[in-house]
Design a protein around this ligand. Structure first.
Ligand SMILES: Nc1ncnc2c1ncn2[C@@H]1O[C@H](COP(=O)(O)OP(=O)(O)OP(=O)(O)O)[C@@H](O)[C@H]1O
Length: 335
C-alpha cells in the first residue's frame, strides 16, 4: 500500500544573524543552512496496517507525513501510496487519503461542522446516499449529534477534534495519516478517539499511520512502530519486540498491607519506586517466578502484578541509544 525508498527532505533555511547591522547586511548577502529533516528512510506498509510513526521532537515525522500526503515534494527518494506518486496530487489519490493534524483545523471557524461536512461532500464528490450513510455512522460512533449544528468556535477542544475526525472521514479515505490526533485532549476523550480510530480501521480496512507523543495511543493502536530520529530510521518492527529488545526486564508491582523497610525489598530486585502501600521492583525475566515466590513468603502482599516497563521509558531509552550512537560516530578519532 505504501512504499518509501530512500526518502530525503532537506529544507534550505535562511540564516538570520543576531544584531540589527548583521540582519540588515544579511538582506543583501543571504546565507543558508540545510536542515536534513528526513535523511534517507525506507519502509513498506501493507493495506490495513496500523503503524505508529514515532520519534523525539524534530525527528522528521510531520515532514514524512506531509510528503506521503503530497503536501511536500521530497528532495530525493521514491514514494508511492496505493500506486500513486503523492506529489503529483492526482484526484484519485486525493480521494483515497486524508491527513489529520491535531494542531491544525480544517473546520470553518464561524460555521457549524455540519456545513464543513457538506462542503467536503461536494469537494470529494461523495454520492448523496453514501454521504448520508457515512455521516449518520460517524455521528453515532463519535456521539456528535448535538454538536454539529453549533458554530465550531463554540466547541471545546475535544468536541472539535471529534468533528475534525468526522470531517476527515466523509469520503472514507483508505489511507489515514494522523499527526497527533489526541493532542491536548483529556484522558477520557483520548480513549474515545483511540476506540473510534481502531473501529474505523477495522470497519473499512483503512491503512493508518499515526504519530503521537502519548504512548497510550501507540500501545492501544499500533502493533508495529517505525521510529525515526534526526531524519534517520532507528527501528521498524513489532512494538512488543521493541520492548523486549530495549527493556527485557519485567516490573513486579506489589501492593502491601503494611509498611516495609527498603532493606526487605532490595534483595528481591531493583527497587524502582517505594511508597506507602506499594512497591515496584525491576527483575530479569527469568527471575520473575522466584521473585514472586519470595515476595509472597516474606512480605505482606495484598496484590501483585507483573508488567512491562512503561512505554515512555522504553522510548526514551531508545532515543538515548540512537543519540549516543550519533555522538560516537561524529566524535573525532584521536590521532
Ligand atoms: N518548513 C520548514 N522549514 C525549515 N525547517 C523545517 C520546516 N519544517 C520542519 N523543519 C525542521 O525539520 C525538522 C523536522 O521537523 P518535523 O516537523 O518533521 O519534526 P517532527 O518529528 O514532526 O517533530 P514534533 O514531534 O516536534 O512535531 C525540524 O528540525 C524542523 O525544525
Amino acid at each position: 500500500m505504501i512504499s518509501v525508498r530512500g526518502l530525503r527532505k532537506h529544507y534550505k533555511v535562511h540564516k538570520r544573524p543576531p544584531g540589527l547591522k548583521a540582519a540588515l547586511r544579511s538582506l543583501i548577502h543571504r546565507s543558508y543552512t540545510t536542515v536534513k529533516a528526513v535523511d534517507g528512510i525506507s519502509f513498506d506498509i501493507r493495506p490495513g496496517e496500523r503503524v505508529g510513526f514515532l520519534g523525539p521532537n524534530g525527528a522528521g515525522k510531520t515532514t514524512t507525513l506531509k510528503v506521503l500526503s503530497g503536501l511536500l515534494y521530497p528532495s530525493d527518494g521514491e514514494v508511492t501510496v496505493d500506486g500513486h506518486v503523492p506529489q503529483k496530487r492526482e484526484e484519485a489519490f486525493l480521494k483515497k487519503i486524508m491527513l489529520v493534524m491535531g494542531q491544525k483545523q480544517q473546520l470553518l471557524w464561524d460555521l457549524p461542522p455540519a456545513e464543513t461536512f457538506e462542503l467536503n461532500r461536494a469537494i470529494y464528490d461523495v454520492p448523496q446516499a453514501q454521504y448520508k450513510k457515512t455521516i449518520s455512522d460517524l455521528i453515532e460512533l463519535l456521539e456528535i449529534g448535538d454538536l454539529i449544528g453549533k458554530p465550531t468556535r463554540q466547541l471545546s477542544l475535544g468536541e472539535r477534534m471529534k468533528c475534525e475526525l468526522a470531517a476527515a472521514l466523509i469520503h472514507q479515505p483508505r489511507v489515514l495519516f494522523l499527526d497527533e490526533p489526541t493532542i491536548g485532549l483529556d484522558v477520557a476523550m483520548q480513549a474515545t478517539m483511540r476506540t473510534f480510530i481502531k473501529e474505523y480501521n477495522e470497519k473499512y480496512g483503512a491503512t493508518l499511520i499515526l504519530t503521537s507523543h502519548y504512548m497510550d495511543d501507540v500501545a492501544a493502536l499500533c502493533p508495529r512502530v517505525i521510529v525515526i530520529d534526526k531524519g534517520l530510521l532507528s527501528y521498524d518492527g513489532g512494538l512488543d519486540a521493541l520492548v523486549q529488545r530495549v527493556r527485557p526486564e519485567k516490573r513486579v508491582v506489589l501492593r502491601l498491607s503494611e509498611e516495609v523497610d527498603a532493606g526487605r525489598l532490595s534483595p528481591l530486585g531493583r527497587v524502582v519506586t517505594h511508597e506507602p502501600g506499594t512497591a515496584v521492583l525491576q527483575v530479569q525475566q527469568e527471575a520473575v517466578n522466584a521473585t514472586i515466590t519470595r515476595a509472597l513468603s516474606t512480605l505482606p502482599v495484598m496484590d501483585l502484578t507483573v508488567e512491562n516497563a512503561p512505554l515512555e521509558e522504553v522510548m526514551s531509552e531508545l532515543f538515548a541509544e540512537s543519540k549516543a550512537r550519533r555522538t560516537a560516530v561524529s566524535e573525532p578519532v584521536p590521532a
